[in-house]
Design a protein around this ligand. Structure first.
Ligand SMILES: Cc1cc2nc3c(=O)[nH]c(=O)nc-3n(C[C@H](O)[C@H](O)[C@H](O)COP(=O)(O)OP(=O)(O)OC[C@H]3O[C@@H](n4cnc5c(N)ncnc54)[C@H](O)[C@@H]3O)c2cc1C
Length: 410
């Protein structure tokens, strides 16, 4: 099976981790030639109850828009000198900012430590996914850290992410990323994944494992062909390199699931309950003695006038203006938020709509156009009609399920 088939959910659903399909080395009697577990579920793998989502447009309690800071060559992580100051860049993580954050922090902080040359204080500019994790990582090495940022959670763009383990979503273009980037990406993904395990099982469930269901009426070959056609930019995908981290998707045989589509696959991946997770990161940073100052910078010179000798620049999409970095392309994404439901913690991908039922809201987003959707679109205004249309797709799914159930009963 082509991993990109599952990728149509990579923005939110199937967790890209499910994609270890091409690089999968494990072999078991149940694994088909295509690399997916064959449709015979042992009893202990049976699906549990899948409570329906109350998919009504009047249950949309907010609509958010976020811009992925995409760079064709991958995130900017070089070191720049500005007079007496050393600036370590850590921005441009596309649709993978949360997923790669700890690994990227690890790289940035190692560079900062080298530049600090025994000094004990650094600054971090930015308080989103990348800024917070860089700041905490620096603290854990014994550095004193001040964060300077225009906004902090919940107002940062990171707070408006889907909340899925998607380390290679819109992270680079194959044609532009250097050959060494794949290895660096893998190291970042593995470091992040390991760090995420330390947030499991905590009050508020900042991070948890959830099942995702990919529903389709067409074969994976047809779906893959469609995805290929839609990817006009040639996004880079590296998930085969980390296939060992998460379980492979399972095809669920007819009769063993409640869904009305011809094909159903289940995968299991990490979900980030971003509201709680961000609060946890903020608390961790402040409890360890970190300081946050609200400040907006208008030029690199202003940044270089900070008192700390070493500064990690985690300004995300803001770097486009602040650092005049026009290599950053905004990739717009909108989420319709449905009221969360007790006991509903799973993801769905159906008719190009991604759904992830998180603790802080059920996120519903359109993925029409695949990874190309939202390309070079910096409009951050919510589109109510689009949000309602996405929720209606979900509604239609449940009405199909209802019909199927009553058809079976009669
Ligand atoms: C719809 C959508 C869904 C997504 N889903 C996922 C997902 O499921 N998983 C995943 O891993 N990633 C996901 N992403 C990607 C992820 O959200 C981004 O990669 C991430 O937000 C980037 O974080 P950041 O910390 O670099 O930037 P931001 O969160 O934008 O933070 C930037 C910080 O810098 C500050 N700043 C900027 N400019 C200045 C300035 N001039 N002066 C002072 N401060 C400044 C800001 O105030 C802020 O504090 C998604 C993105 C979108 C759009």
């Amino acid at each position: 099976m082509d991993r990109r088939f599952f990728l149509h959910g990579s923005a939110a659903l199937i967790g890209s981790s499910a994609l270890g399909l091409t690089g999968c080395a494990r072999k078991a009697a149940t694994v088909s030639n295509a690399g997916v577990i064959a449709p015979q579920l042992p009893f202990y793998d049976a699906l549990g109850p899948i409570p329906p989502i109350r998919a009504h447009v009047d249950r949309i309690f907010r609509i958010t828009v976020c811009l992925r800071p995409f760079r064709a060559a991958g995130p900017r992580m070089d070191v720049e000198r500005a007079g007496e100051r050393v600036i370590v860049h850590n921005y441009g993580h596309g649709g993978s900012g949360w997923s790669l954050s700890w690994g990227s922090a690890d790289v940035a902080v190692r560079k900062a430590l080298e530049a600090a040359n025994g000094g004990s204080e650094i600054a971090v500019v930015g308080c989103g996914a990348l800024g917070l994790t860089a700041a905490i990582t620096a603290q854990r090495t014994g550095l004193r850290v001040t964060i300077y940022a225009k906004e902090r959670p919940p107002y940062v763009r990171s707070a408006r992410a889907t909340g899925s383990w998607t380390p290679d979503s819109r992270i680079a273009l194959t044609s532009a990323a250097g050959p060494e980037f794949a290895a660096q990406w893998e190291a970042m993904a593995r470091t992040s994944f390991a760090m995420y395990q330390s947030y499991l099982g905590m009050p508020g469930s900042p991070i948890e494992w959830t099942d995702r269901y990919s529903l389709s009426d067409v074969t994976h070959e047809e779906s893959t062909a469609k995805m290929r056609q839609m990817d006009t930019h040639g996004f880079a995908h590296y998930n085969g390199r980390i296939a060992d981290l998460t379980p492979r998707p399972q095809e669920i045989p007819e009769g063993m699931h409640p869904f009305p589509t011809k094909y159903v696959w289940r995968s299991t991946s990490l979900s980030f309950n971003v509201a709680d997770y961000s609060r946890q990161l903020m608390n961790d940073f402040l409890i360890a003695g970190g300081k946050i100052e609200t400040r907006e910078f208008r030029s690199p010179q202003e940044v270089a006038s900070l008192p700390q000798p070493v500064i990690i620049n985690c300004t995300g999409y803001g770097a486009r203006q602040l650092w005049s970095d026009e290599s950053i392309v905004p990739v717009r994404g909108q989420i319709a938020w449905l009221i969360p439901q007790e006991g509903v913690h799973y993801g769905l991908y159906y008719k190009d709509v991604n759904v992830l039922a998180r603790r802080d809201g059920i996120v519903v987003q359109s993925n029409t156009g695949g990874e190309d959707s939202g390309w070079d679109d910096s409009n951050e205004q919510p589109n109510r009609a689009e949000a309602e249309a996405d929720v209606e797709v979900l509604q239609e799914l449940y009405s199909r399920m209802e019909k199927m159930k009553s058809g079976r009963a009669s």
